[in-house]
Design a protein around this ligand. Structure first.
Ligand code: AP5
Length: 219
Protein backbone atom coordinates (compact mmCIF):
# COMPACT_ATOMS: atom_id res chain seq x y z
CA UNK A 1 0.00 0.00 0.00
CA UNK A 2 1.41 3.47 -0.86
CA UNK A 3 2.99 5.19 2.12
CA UNK A 4 2.69 8.88 2.94
CA UNK A 5 4.92 10.67 5.43
CA UNK A 6 3.68 14.09 6.55
CA UNK A 7 6.44 16.43 7.74
CA UNK A 8 5.06 18.91 10.26
CA UNK A 9 6.97 21.82 11.72
CA UNK A 10 7.37 25.59 11.67
CA UNK A 11 8.93 27.63 8.84
CA UNK A 12 12.70 27.15 8.63
CA UNK A 13 12.89 24.08 10.86
CA UNK A 14 14.33 22.01 7.99
CA UNK A 15 11.34 20.25 6.38
CA UNK A 16 12.54 20.88 2.80
CA UNK A 17 16.16 19.97 3.59
CA UNK A 18 15.11 16.70 5.22
CA UNK A 19 12.36 15.84 2.70
CA UNK A 20 14.89 15.79 -0.14
CA UNK A 21 17.16 13.34 1.71
CA UNK A 22 14.25 11.16 2.89
CA UNK A 23 12.84 10.97 -0.65
CA UNK A 24 16.22 9.72 -1.91
CA UNK A 25 16.57 7.21 0.92
CA UNK A 26 13.02 5.84 0.78
CA UNK A 27 12.27 6.08 -2.95
CA UNK A 28 9.11 8.07 -2.18
CA UNK A 29 8.20 11.19 -4.18
CA UNK A 30 8.88 14.59 -2.58
CA UNK A 31 5.84 16.85 -2.69
CA UNK A 32 6.41 20.40 -1.44
CA UNK A 33 3.38 22.68 -1.66
CA UNK A 34 5.62 25.75 -1.27
CA UNK A 35 7.83 24.63 -4.16
CA UNK A 36 4.80 23.93 -6.35
CA UNK A 37 3.56 27.47 -5.68
CA UNK A 38 7.02 28.93 -6.40
CA UNK A 39 7.25 26.97 -9.69
CA UNK A 40 3.89 28.45 -10.70
CA UNK A 41 5.05 31.93 -9.71
CA UNK A 42 8.19 31.52 -11.83
CA UNK A 43 6.05 30.50 -14.82
CA UNK A 44 3.67 33.41 -14.11
CA UNK A 45 0.56 31.18 -14.16
CA UNK A 46 -2.74 32.44 -12.69
CA UNK A 47 -2.19 30.07 -9.74
CA UNK A 48 1.31 31.46 -9.28
CA UNK A 49 0.10 35.08 -9.26
CA UNK A 50 -2.61 34.27 -6.76
CA UNK A 51 -0.27 32.26 -4.51
CA UNK A 52 2.39 34.98 -4.54
CA UNK A 53 -0.08 37.55 -3.21
CA UNK A 54 -0.50 35.40 -0.09
CA UNK A 55 3.07 34.11 0.22
CA UNK A 56 4.59 37.60 0.16
CA UNK A 57 2.49 38.48 3.21
CA UNK A 58 3.31 35.23 4.99
CA UNK A 59 -0.34 34.12 4.83
CA UNK A 60 -1.61 30.72 3.70
CA UNK A 61 -2.93 30.28 0.18
CA UNK A 62 -6.68 29.41 0.36
CA UNK A 63 -7.46 25.75 1.08
CA UNK A 64 -9.49 25.05 -2.08
CA UNK A 65 -6.70 26.24 -4.39
CA UNK A 66 -4.03 24.35 -2.43
CA UNK A 67 -6.02 21.10 -2.29
CA UNK A 68 -6.72 21.20 -6.05
CA UNK A 69 -3.00 21.68 -6.76
CA UNK A 70 -2.04 18.73 -4.52
CA UNK A 71 -4.72 16.51 -6.06
CA UNK A 72 -3.25 17.23 -9.47
CA UNK A 73 0.25 16.40 -8.16
CA UNK A 74 -0.99 13.03 -6.83
CA UNK A 75 -1.89 11.98 -10.39
CA UNK A 76 1.79 11.95 -11.47
CA UNK A 77 3.36 8.52 -11.85
CA UNK A 78 6.15 9.11 -9.30
CA UNK A 79 3.55 8.93 -6.49
CA UNK A 80 2.78 5.23 -6.98
CA UNK A 81 4.79 4.17 -3.90
CA UNK A 82 3.62 7.23 -1.94
CA UNK A 83 5.28 10.50 -1.00
CA UNK A 84 6.97 12.68 1.57
CA UNK A 85 4.55 15.57 2.08
CA UNK A 86 6.43 18.78 2.91
CA UNK A 87 4.17 21.71 3.80
CA UNK A 88 0.84 19.97 3.16
CA UNK A 89 -1.52 19.61 4.99
CA UNK A 90 -1.28 22.90 6.84
CA UNK A 91 -4.83 23.35 8.14
CA UNK A 92 -7.46 20.97 9.55
CA UNK A 93 -9.45 21.36 6.29
CA UNK A 94 -6.38 20.26 4.33
CA UNK A 95 -5.84 17.29 6.67
CA UNK A 96 -9.41 16.12 6.00
CA UNK A 97 -8.84 16.64 2.27
CA UNK A 98 -5.69 14.51 2.45
CA UNK A 99 -7.69 11.69 4.06
CA UNK A 100 -10.19 11.92 1.18
CA UNK A 101 -7.38 11.96 -1.42
CA UNK A 102 -5.90 8.81 0.10
CA UNK A 103 -9.28 7.08 -0.20
CA UNK A 104 -9.36 8.10 -3.86
CA UNK A 105 -5.72 7.29 -4.76
CA UNK A 106 -5.04 4.55 -2.19
CA UNK A 107 -2.46 4.67 0.58
CA UNK A 108 -2.21 5.79 4.16
CA UNK A 109 -0.40 8.29 6.35
CA UNK A 110 2.28 6.16 7.93
CA UNK A 111 4.06 8.51 10.29
CA UNK A 112 3.94 12.24 10.99
CA UNK A 113 7.30 13.56 12.19
CA UNK A 114 6.90 16.88 14.01
CA UNK A 115 10.24 18.70 13.71
CA UNK A 116 10.68 21.42 16.32
CA UNK A 117 13.13 24.21 17.19
CA UNK A 118 12.92 27.54 19.06
CA UNK A 119 11.88 30.68 17.19
CA UNK A 120 15.42 32.16 17.42
CA UNK A 121 16.78 29.10 15.61
CA UNK A 122 14.12 29.41 12.90
CA UNK A 123 14.85 33.10 12.37
CA UNK A 124 18.60 32.49 12.12
CA UNK A 125 18.07 29.69 9.61
CA UNK A 126 15.70 31.66 7.39
CA UNK A 127 17.83 34.81 7.39
CA UNK A 128 20.83 32.79 6.09
CA UNK A 129 18.97 30.57 3.62
CA UNK A 130 19.90 30.50 -0.07
CA UNK A 131 17.63 28.57 -2.47
CA UNK A 132 18.46 27.41 -5.99
CA UNK A 133 16.38 28.75 -8.88
CA UNK A 134 16.25 25.55 -10.91
CA UNK A 135 15.21 22.90 -8.38
CA UNK A 136 14.73 24.50 -4.97
CA UNK A 137 17.88 22.97 -3.41
CA UNK A 138 18.52 24.68 -0.10
CA UNK A 139 21.76 25.99 1.44
CA UNK A 140 22.67 28.10 4.44
CA UNK A 141 25.37 30.76 4.52
CA UNK A 142 26.73 29.33 7.79
CA UNK A 143 25.29 25.87 8.43
CA UNK A 144 25.36 24.40 4.93
CA UNK A 145 27.29 26.74 2.64
CA UNK A 146 27.56 26.07 -1.11
CA UNK A 147 31.08 25.38 -2.39
CA UNK A 148 30.91 28.53 -4.51
CA UNK A 149 28.98 31.61 -3.31
CA UNK A 150 25.71 32.12 -5.18
CA UNK A 151 25.89 28.84 -7.15
CA UNK A 152 24.02 25.57 -6.46
CA UNK A 153 26.42 22.65 -5.85
CA UNK A 154 23.93 20.19 -7.33
CA UNK A 155 22.82 21.78 -10.59
CA UNK A 156 24.95 24.94 -11.04
CA UNK A 157 21.95 27.28 -11.04
CA UNK A 158 21.82 30.66 -9.32
CA UNK A 159 21.06 30.86 -5.59
CA UNK A 160 18.59 33.51 -4.39
CA UNK A 161 17.01 34.66 -1.12
CA UNK A 162 13.24 34.07 -0.95
CA UNK A 163 11.01 37.17 -0.82
CA UNK A 164 9.17 35.71 2.18
CA UNK A 165 12.39 35.33 4.22
CA UNK A 166 12.35 39.05 5.16
CA UNK A 167 12.31 39.46 8.96
CA UNK A 168 8.72 40.85 9.16
CA UNK A 169 7.30 38.15 6.90
CA UNK A 170 9.12 35.41 8.82
CA UNK A 171 7.49 36.61 12.07
CA UNK A 172 4.07 36.49 10.41
CA UNK A 173 4.74 32.99 9.00
CA UNK A 174 5.66 31.69 12.46
CA UNK A 175 2.45 33.22 13.89
CA UNK A 176 0.36 31.71 11.09
CA UNK A 177 1.94 28.33 11.82
CA UNK A 178 0.96 28.61 15.50
CA UNK A 179 -2.60 29.71 14.69
CA UNK A 180 -3.50 27.55 11.70
CA UNK A 181 -1.12 24.58 11.45
CA UNK A 182 -0.29 23.69 15.08
CA UNK A 183 -3.83 22.22 15.58
CA UNK A 184 -2.69 19.37 13.31
CA UNK A 185 -0.33 18.22 16.07
CA UNK A 186 -3.26 17.09 18.23
CA UNK A 187 -5.07 15.72 15.17
CA UNK A 188 -2.21 13.37 14.20
CA UNK A 189 -1.29 12.59 17.80
CA UNK A 190 -4.85 11.31 18.35
CA UNK A 191 -4.35 8.97 15.39
CA UNK A 192 -1.12 7.61 16.90
CA UNK A 193 1.02 8.80 13.96
CA UNK A 194 2.94 11.70 15.55
CA UNK A 195 6.65 11.40 16.38
CA UNK A 196 8.56 14.37 17.80
CA UNK A 197 11.98 15.10 16.32
CA UNK A 198 14.48 17.60 17.75
CA UNK A 199 15.16 19.89 14.77
CA UNK A 200 17.75 21.97 16.63
CA UNK A 201 20.47 19.38 15.95
CA UNK A 202 22.86 19.34 12.97
CA UNK A 203 21.28 18.32 9.65
CA UNK A 204 22.67 14.76 9.60
CA UNK A 205 21.51 14.08 13.19
CA UNK A 206 17.98 15.17 12.31
CA UNK A 207 18.07 12.88 9.26
CA UNK A 208 19.20 9.94 11.40
CA UNK A 209 16.35 10.51 13.88
CA UNK A 210 13.82 10.79 11.07
CA UNK A 211 14.99 7.56 9.40
CA UNK A 212 14.86 5.75 12.76
CA UNK A 213 11.31 7.03 13.37
CA UNK A 214 10.16 5.94 9.90
CA UNK A 215 11.71 2.48 10.30
CA UNK A 216 10.28 2.07 13.79
CA UNK A 217 6.76 2.86 12.55
CA UNK A 218 7.12 0.27 9.78
CA UNK A 219 8.17 -2.56 12.12
P1 AP5 B 1 6.95 26.65 2.32
O1 AP5 B 1 7.81 26.76 1.15
O2 AP5 B 1 6.36 25.34 2.68
O3 AP5 B 1 7.70 27.30 3.54
P2 AP5 B 1 7.71 26.93 5.11
O4 AP5 B 1 6.82 25.89 5.61
O5 AP5 B 1 7.57 28.25 5.73
O6 AP5 B 1 9.01 26.22 5.24
P3 AP5 B 1 10.35 26.71 4.71
O7 AP5 B 1 10.54 26.26 3.30
O8 AP5 B 1 10.53 28.17 4.98
O9 AP5 B 1 11.34 25.99 5.71
P4 AP5 B 1 11.75 24.47 5.85
O10 AP5 B 1 11.18 23.91 7.10
O11 AP5 B 1 11.51 23.71 4.58
O12 AP5 B 1 13.30 24.68 6.10
P5 AP5 B 1 14.54 24.47 5.13
O13 AP5 B 1 14.81 23.02 4.93
O14 AP5 B 1 14.42 25.33 3.90
O15 AP5 B 1 5.71 27.66 2.19
C1 AP5 B 1 5.89 28.99 1.75
C2 AP5 B 1 4.54 29.66 1.62
O16 AP5 B 1 3.75 28.97 0.65
C3 AP5 B 1 3.66 29.68 2.88
O17 AP5 B 1 3.99 30.78 3.72
C4 AP5 B 1 2.26 29.81 2.26
O18 AP5 B 1 2.01 31.13 1.84
C5 AP5 B 1 2.37 28.93 1.03
N1 AP5 B 1 1.99 27.53 1.30
C6 AP5 B 1 2.80 26.45 1.23
N2 AP5 B 1 2.12 25.34 1.53
C7 AP5 B 1 0.84 25.73 1.80
C8 AP5 B 1 -0.33 25.04 2.18
N3 AP5 B 1 -0.34 23.70 2.37
N4 AP5 B 1 -1.47 25.75 2.38
C9 AP5 B 1 -1.49 27.08 2.19
N5 AP5 B 1 -0.41 27.80 1.83
C10 AP5 B 1 0.75 27.13 1.64
O19 AP5 B 1 15.71 25.03 6.07
C11 AP5 B 1 15.81 26.42 6.38
C12 AP5 B 1 17.29 26.84 6.41
O20 AP5 B 1 17.94 26.21 7.52
C13 AP5 B 1 18.10 26.43 5.18
O21 AP5 B 1 19.02 27.46 4.89
C14 AP5 B 1 18.83 25.14 5.60
O22 AP5 B 1 20.06 24.98 4.94
C15 AP5 B 1 19.03 25.38 7.09
N6 AP5 B 1 18.94 24.16 7.89
C16 AP5 B 1 18.01 23.16 7.75
N7 AP5 B 1 18.18 22.24 8.72
C17 AP5 B 1 19.22 22.68 9.49
C18 AP5 B 1 19.88 22.15 10.65
N8 AP5 B 1 19.47 20.99 11.21
N9 AP5 B 1 20.91 22.86 11.18
C19 AP5 B 1 21.31 24.03 10.61
N10 AP5 B 1 20.72 24.58 9.52
C20 AP5 B 1 19.69 23.90 8.96
Amino acid sequence: MPTYIVLLGPPGVGKGTQAKVLAEQTGLAHISSGELFRENTKKNTELGKLAKSYMDRGELVPDDVTIAMIRDRFTRSDCQKGAILDGFPRTPVQADALAELLKEFGGQVDVVPLITADDEVLIERLSGRWTCRANGHVFHARFNPPQKDGVCDLDGSELYQRDDDKAETVKRRIQVYQDQTAPLIAYYRSKGSLVEINGAQPIDRVTADLLAAIRHHHD
